[in-house]
Design a protein around this ligand. Structure first.
Ligand SMILES: Cc1cc2nc3c(=O)[nH]c(=O)nc-3n(C[C@H](O)[C@H](O)[C@H](O)COP(=O)(O)O)c2cc1C
Length: 381
């Protein structure tokens, strides 16, 4: 018997933005822009194809040249990148969709080869474990350990906050419906939040409040320059991906979520990634729309929204291979399996060439209750 999916197809108001359903394409780096970080025709087509999602969250966009960690990822800190994203947002809006841009600063997860010879920057000079396998299959970045980053000075921290603010303004000019700060997966904001990567004793480190200060300062600056419902945040509490650890993540994120709740942001995206306590501990502390992400299927997404636990469900890998995922969930049609080999390669293959259901290959279909590739607490990269 088919599960009841009605709850997934109710509209949702995110501030000024009205979503036509409760399905979001989760942010996914796909590394198919130019080397200068400018979106291409292929990127326009990829997002356009997926615009039947209630919300598209873009791949991570670097807000400054120092925020880049991978080749062929897009940025949003100059006019050419902004003009490229305007073409993407126009295409999505032309199909009746909505799109937030994810702002992703990798901090210490970079390499001088990516940064014109500069040393990566971070809250503290703590090298990611050089023995860990820190890169994903086919991921275009130097295949060598991450170097020890340089600790930002106080004045430089203020400069990075300005970069986040300016990026939000560019996002608005590029036609995005909002921005999402990537404060998950071990990138710069999470490096400030976590006890093993933030050893500072100034205004930006030490107590829970001070470790959260960078993120909250970014949020405040971005809200002041745009509006409160233009800004969203993604967390992956307790996840040690990219070698970040927190002595007491429950305390850190309880405080952070309560502070975000006071600010009335557009939504909070929470990734559990197999940790176990994230949704039930943090969701009740946020008075606004919540998106849950990681490992959801059609039946679990429908049940989670129907039972009022989350307002929106982010779908990652299944969206890579199913541009019409919303229609397949609605019509109980099987899903095309994604190919891991082409997650981070170049060109249309494995990107814009996945068929809609009518043209799909029966050999490549899997049932609606299958998670393509589960991400676990021990996933390293
Ligand atoms: C190829 C790939 C790239 C990703 N890139 C990002 C990213 O840029 N930003 C982000 O917040 N999460 C990123 N993620 C994580 C996804 O947003 C999502 O949380 C994850 O895939 C789990 O959801 P799923 O089980 O539905 O795939 C990425 C995941 C994949 C598979």
């Amino acid at each position: 018997m088919n599960v009841d999916v009605d709850a997934l197809f109710q509209p949702l108001q995110l501030g000024r933005t009205r979503l036509k359903n409760r399905l979001a394409m989760a942010p996914m780096t796909r590394q198919r822009s130019t080397l200068d970080g400018v979106p291409t025709d292929l990127n326009v087509e990829y997002y356009r194809q997926r615009a039947s999602a209630g919300l598209l969250v873009s791949e991570g966009l670097y807000p400054s040249a120092m925020g880049r960690g991978y080749l062929f990822t897009p940025g949003l800190h100059n006019d050419a990148q902004q003009a490229g994203w305007k073409r993407v947002t126009d295409a999505v809006h032309g199909e009746g969709g909505a799109i937030f841009g994810q702002i992703m600063h990798v901090g210490r997860l970079s390499d001088p080869l990516m940064l014109d010879g500069e040393q990566p920057i971070a809250p503290s000079a703590v090298q990611p474990d050089p023995t860990a396998r820190q890169y994903t299959i086919n991921c275009p970045r130097p295949k060598r350990p991450y170097p020890t980053p340089r600790a930002l000075t106080h004045a430089e921290v203020l400069g990075v906050i300005d970069d986040f603010r300016d990026c939000a303004v560019r996002a608005q000019q590029a036609g995005f419906d909002g921005v999402e700060i990537h404060a998950a997966s071990g990138y710069l904001p999470m490096q400030f939040l976590s006890t093993n990567t933030n050893l500072r004793s100034d205004a930006w480190g030490g107590s829970v409040e001070k470790r959260c200060a960078f993120l909250l300062a970014c949020v405040d600056a971005m809200i002041a320059a745009t509006r409160r419902d233009f800004v969203a945040v993604k967390f992956s509490p307790g996840w040690s991906f990219h070698n970040v650890f927190d002595d007491d993540p429950v305390a850190t994120y309880r405080y952070a979520v309560r502070e975000l709740s006071k600010r009335g942001i557009a939504y909070l995206q929470l990734g559990d990634y197999g940790i176990g306590w994230v949704y039930e501990t943090l969701r009740p502390l946020f008075d606004g729309p919540a998106m849950f992400v990681a490992g959801f299927t059609q039946p679990t997404a429908a049940a989670t929204v129907r039972e009022g636990r989350a307002d929106l469900i982010g779908i990652g890998q299944a969206y890579i291979s199913n541009p019409d995922l919303a229609e397949r969930f609605r019509d109980h049609q099987m899903l095309t399996r994604p190919q891991l080999e082409t997650y981070y390669t170049q060109g249309a293959e494995g990107y814009t060439d996945y068929p809609r259901f009518a043209g799909s290959d029966p050999e490549k279909l899997q049932s609606l209750d299958t998670v393509p590739i589960p991400i676990s607490p021990t996933t390293t990269g």
